[in-house]
Design a protein around this ligand. Structure first.
Ligand SMILES: Cc1cn([C@H]2C[C@H](O)[C@@H](COP(=O)(O)OP(=O)(O)OP(=O)(O)O)O2)c(=O)[nH]c1=O
Length: 658
């Protein structure tokens, strides 16, 4: 058997999957591969008209995804992965390339074009192999291939199409369908690798690994394509251009369902910096084949010095995009505070009930100066929160944008008003002491509010009715916005009883009972919280949610088949997480499960890393990576872990008690 020895060759390597696709993660994890997930930031916007064949587009996109991550890991995280895997799945029909639909109408357009026809699904895969060499450089090799699978759809009626679209399944999938789930019902036949349709051609991938690791590597050097990593993460020479012009020997031409290995030769990114380089353009050394070496000059390529520092060499002045980015970063706090202020002064609620008011009228209503109100309204317009319309009097009138209507009204179903007030009143003062938080490694309640926090929640949140209510409203609004995505992330049909540990107002619990008619949920939280939970009981909902008061570090946990920990573990340091997980593990029989919803640090997305800083300044904990959670869970006898990136603020994973 070829597959296991191949996967085991990667056991001690840092393997990185440059993909946010939960399907790809599942396929590779189920094959026994251990890897880190670092989703690529490469935007899938290559000009399709430059590619002669659709699969060339998928391969090129996969390459750019993998190269972007390889380069970012090297430059930003000072960590050299051994292998980075990128992939891109597209559907093609009638000479059209279909990617993920942007909205329901787009999904309709795609699915109706597939109805009753055979189409092709291509997944392009790129494997970037990285090696540190003796000269403190990083050598790269790039291998790519693609796989085609043919799929035939049945004739789809309008009602079927819309029922399927309204299920929500099409939205994050190429061609607007998921063959592995409800979309399977639309399919008459599949010719080729099923997993290729789901997002990753596992068999072909293993064959390529076999060629890389189990056969002679000389073939890697014999191919004549070269690649270097330029500043914007795109390749600067022959590989990408060959794909575009479809040259003979191009990797994208020769790989269709074959086991042939094609790879770029060794490419070196110099890590050593010198005075000479600091003054001029930087160099990327490229061995373009075993026969000759080429030196490819690029400008402004960030370089690692031998002390691991990053230096940027620029020939010209600062670039516009860089300045723009710096400006955005420096202005970030001003934008947040403008949002918080307008929200606190109820500007959005006012304009919802009376759209089209002028600045003067708004100033009167919110009891503020005209000058200040004008500045605030203009800022909100520039941030996309309000729209202004010129009148003949030249005085603009204001109304909410859709974004404001959806998230900023105090009574909207997905209102973030409560969370924004918490950010304004609690997080903002804490963040003004971030420097101390970083120096001391502790929360800043003492400096920001004169509150020592021996018992964190009791001393910082629940000591005062108003502060407690504000905190509960914040947790309530976040749980309402994230709840459905978490509740529907997994098939929970084998569970009957759920305990939502630290479930606060029950907002998450209600989402679970709504999504799963067979479930009943007990919310377990401190007496101070349970006392006030009836303020948040939703109307018109079936009530399979009950509340039990207790301290999850001390009191008996309610019995359940499934324990939910949503935004709980990030509050606590590892020692306390261990205590809590042990208590849950003791309460679980084999087959019971824990569902954790947190933002994961993998990929170092700003939302997650900033949330981790937030936990530092506000609590005792931090955000963690998938790996860290898996390790914690396995210490307490849980395994068979499945992750889902929900696309919402929270990611989710479920672990089963073994
Ligand atoms: C056709 C089809 C696609 N898909 C999915 C696989 C991919 O996740 C997605 C295609 O989009 P991709 O752009 O290939 O991948 P992605 O955006 O999900 O993740 P990333 O770019 O970070 O790698 O469609 C299915 O899950 N089932 C199907 O039947």
């Amino acid at each position: 058997m070829v597959l296991n020895p191949v996967i085991s060759k990667l056991a001690n390597k840092l393997v990185v999957l440059a993909s946010a696709s939960p399907r790809r993660q599942d396929i590779l994890r189920n094959a026994g591969l251990k890897f880190e997930v670092v989703p690529s930031w490469f935007k899938e916007t290559l000009d399709k008209s430059l590619f002669k064949e659709p699969h060339e587009y998928a391969v090129e996109t996969a390459k750019q995804k993998a190269l972007e991550v390889a380069r970012r890991m090297l430059l930003k995280h000072l960590k050299t992965p051994d292998i980075v895997i990128g992939a891109d799945t597209i559907v093609t029909v009638d000479s059209m390339i279909l990617e993920k639909p942007v909205d329901k109408n787009d999904a309709y357009r795609m699915l109706s074009s597939l109805s009753g026809k055979e189409h092709s699904v291509y997944t392009g895969v790129a494997i970037v192999l990285c090696h540190d060499n003796e000269n403190d450089e990083v050598d790269y090799q790039l291998i790519d291939f693609y796989e085609e699978t043919k799929v035939k759809f049945a004739d789809l009626s309008e009602s079927m199409l819309w029922e399927y679209i309204n299920s929500g399944e099409p939205m994050d999938k190429a061609g607007g369908y998921g063959i592995q789930a409800l979309g399977g019902m639309l399919v008459e036949y599949v010719h080729g690798d099923f997993l290729n349709v789901v997002g990753f051609p596992l068999n072909h991938f293993c064959k390529q690994l076999d060629l890389i690791y189990n056969r002679s590597t000389s073939s890697l050097d014999e191919k004549s394509l070269s690649v270097s990593l330029s500043e914007n993460g795109t390749e600067s020479n022959s590989l990408s251009s060959s794909a575009k012009h479809n040259l003979p020997n191009s990797s994208s031409q020769t790989h269709h369902n074959q086991n042939t290995l094609s790879a770029s030769p060794l490419n070196k990114v110099k890590r050593t910096g010198s005075d000479r380089e600091a003054g001029g353009s930087s160099q990327v050394l490229v061995n373009s084949s075993s026969e000759h070496k080429a030196t490819c000059k690029t400008t402004a390529l960030p370089q690692m010095t031998n002390r691991g520092q990053l230096t940027v060499h620029a020939d010209s002045g600062p670039k516009k995009e860089d300045l723009q980015r710096m400006m955005e970063l420096m202005d970030g706090f001003k934008a947040s505070k403008a949002l918080f202020t307008a929200s606190k002064m109820c500007v959005f609620d006012l304009l919802q009930s009376r759209p089209g008011l002028e600045a003067e009228q708004i100033a009167q209503e919110i009891k503020a100066s005209l000058k200040g109100t004008q500045c605030l309204l203009e800022a909100c317009v520039s941030l996309g929160l309000l729209r202004s319309k010129e009148q003949t009097s030249h005085k603009p009138m204001y109304e909410n944008t859709d974004l404001a209507t959806r998230f900023l009204l105090s009574d909207a179903p997905f209102s973030l008003h409560g969370y924004i007030q918490h950010c304004n009143s609690t997080v903002w003062p804490l963040f003004s002491h971030l420097e101390s938080a970083v120096q001391e490694g502790t929360n800043q309640h003492d400096k920001a509010f004169g509150k020592k926090s021996k018992d964190m929640f009791q001393d910082t949140v629940y000591y005062d009715r108003e502060v407690k209510l504000r905190f509960m409203k914040a947790m309530h609004s976040i749980a309402k916005v994230t709840g459905k995505a978490v509740a529907t992330a997994f098939d929970l049909s084998s569970f009957k009883t759920v305990c939502d540990i630290g479930g606060c107002t029950g907002a998450m619990a209600y989402e679970f009972t709504e999504a799963h008619p067979g479930l009943s949920v007990t919310v377990f939280d401190l007496p101070a919280v349970v006392d006030m939970s009836e303020h948040f009981t939703p109307q018109h909902r079936e009530h399979r949610v009950s509340f039990v008061a207790g301290d999850f570090f001390k009191d008996d946990l309610p019995k359940a088949d499934l324990y939910i920990l949503a935004r709980i573990l990030h509050d606590w340091p590892d020692e306390k997480v261990d205590i809590l997980l042990k208590r849950i593990s003791d309460a679980c029989r084999p087959g019971c499960a824990v569902l954790i919803a947190e933002t994961m640090l993998d990929g170092l997305r700003p939302h997650s890393t900033l949330q981790s800083l937030n936990m530092l300044a506000q609590a005792e904990g931090k955000e963690r990576t998938q790996r860290q959670y898996v390790d914690m869970m396995s210490t307490h006898g849980f395994g068979d872990t499945r992750f889902v990136q929900t696309g919402n603020f929270l990611d989710a994973f479920i672990s089963i008690k073994l």
